[in-house]
Write a protein that binds this ligand. Sequence first.
Ligand SMILES: *Cc1c(COP(=O)(O)O)cnc(C)c1O
Length: 483
Amino acid sequence: MSRSSYPLIFERSRPGRTGCDLPPLDVPALEGLIPEGLVARVTLPLPEVAEVDVVRHYTNLSRRNFGVDNGFYPLGSCTMKYNPKLNEEVSALFDGLHPLADDDCAMGAIRLMAELERQLCAITGFDKFTLQPAAGAHGELTGLMLIRAYHDMRQDFNRNVMLVPDSAHGTNPASAVMAGFETRELVSAPDGGIDLEALRAACGPDTAGLMLTNPSTLGLFEKNIVEVAHIVHEAGGLLYYDGANLNAVMGVARPADMGFDVMHINLHKTFSTPHGGGGPGSGPVGVTAELIPYLPYPVVMMGGAGTASLDYDRPLSIGKVKGFYGNFAVMARAYAYILSLGAEGLREASQNAVLNANYVMNALRDVYDVPHERICMHECVLAPTKRMLDNGVHTTDIAKTLIDYGYHPPTIYFPLIVHEAIMIEPTESESRETLDGFIAAMREIARVALEEPGRLHASPATTPVGRPDEVQAARKPVVRFCE
Ligand SMILES: *Cc1c(COP(=O)(O)O)cnc(C)c1O
C-alpha cells in the first residue's frame, strides 16, 4: 500500500475530533496536591480522531503483520507451531495476581509452577528445574553458571573451556563467553554429526563441558550421543543440552537418558507461546541431582494436598537470575498445553513434526540440494542447486519470493556450515494440504530459478516494503515513517 493511501494516524487528525466522551468531573478538583513543577500544562500532541479511524488504523496495521494465525510459518529452529487460544484463557486466569502477593494468596500459581516442573522432569528425565530464566539464551547462561559452580565446588578451578560444535546456534558460544568460558569449536563430521576423534582430541583437563543440541540444527539426530557423553564425562566435563529442538523428541527420548547433565527448554517454542517478534519467553533449566544445590533461588517445592512452597534457603545457589519467578504467563500456557495433549499427545506431536519435515524434504529433494542425505528430525536443511547459483539465484531470492506466495520464509543462511542454507521446520500443526501448497510454491520457484531467474530478484512485490538494500538497512536503518 502506498504511503498516500495509508496516512499516519497523525495525518488523519482533525482538531476537536474525538473518539470518546469523558463524563464531567463529579468530585471536587484538587488543586495544589501535585507540586506545580510536576504538572503538565501543555497539550500533548496526540492525534484527534474518531473511534472508526482508530479501529481502521490498527486493523490495517495488523494486516501488514504475518504470524501463525495468518499462514504457514516454517522458520527453522524456531518451532512456530500453532498456539491454542485455550492457553491464553488459562494464563489470563492469573491476570490479577501481584508478584509481591504473599505465598498463601498465590498458592494456585506456586502449585502450577511445581506441577509444571514435575511435567518437565517427566518429559526430560531430569531431577529438578528452575523456571526463572526468561528465554533459551538466558537458560544457557544459567546452565553454564551451574556448571561453573559445580567445578568450583570441587576445587576444580582450571576447567575454562566449553566445547561447541560448528553447527551450534550462535547463542551457545555467546552464552559460554558471557559465563566466563573460552570456547573451542568442534568441526562436524561429514555426516553432520560429532567427529568422535576430534572430540577426544579436544577434551582434556581444561574441559568444563560440551554444549549440544540433539537433534542438531541440521535437523539430524546425534546417533553417537552415548559415546559423546562418555568421552566428555571421562575427561571430567559436563554435558549441556540446548533444548530448542525438543519438539523432535518429546515422549520419545529423554535428554537425561542420553547422558546430559543440564538443559534448557524453550517453553515458548515447544510448549506453544506466541513468540514471533521476540518474546516474552521462558527458558527453564533442568539438572541432575548433583547440580540441584546450585539452582537459582527460590526453588519451588511440591507440598501435600494441593500446596507448594518457595524455598529461599539455598546456601550454594548461584543466586537469582530474574526478577520474581520468571515469565509466569508463559509457564501457564505451557502447563495448559502439556495437560491438554497428555503424554500420548506430546509423543504424537513430535512424531508428526518429524513426519512433516521428512515429507517436505522428500518432496523437494529432486529440485533442491539436500546437503545431508539422511532421515531428518523435525526440520530439514536444503540449499539451492549449483545450476540455480550459476543462474545468479541465491537463497535470499528464494526466501523473498516465498513471501509473494503467502508464506513466511524459512530460516536462511543458518546453520552456517551449510552454504546458502534453507532451513525448514513445518511443525506438527500443519495439514497435508498446507504442506502440499508450500511444496508446490517451492517447486515453482525452483522452475523459475532455472528458466527465468531474473524474475526472482524483484520479489517481494506484494508487501508494503519491497526489497531493501540489506547492508544500508542494517547500517543506516530508517525506522521513522516520516522525515
Ligand atoms: C531459539 C534457539 C536458541 C535461543 O533461544 P531463545 O529463546 O531465542 O533465547 C538457542 N538454541 C537454538 C538451537 C535455538 O533454536
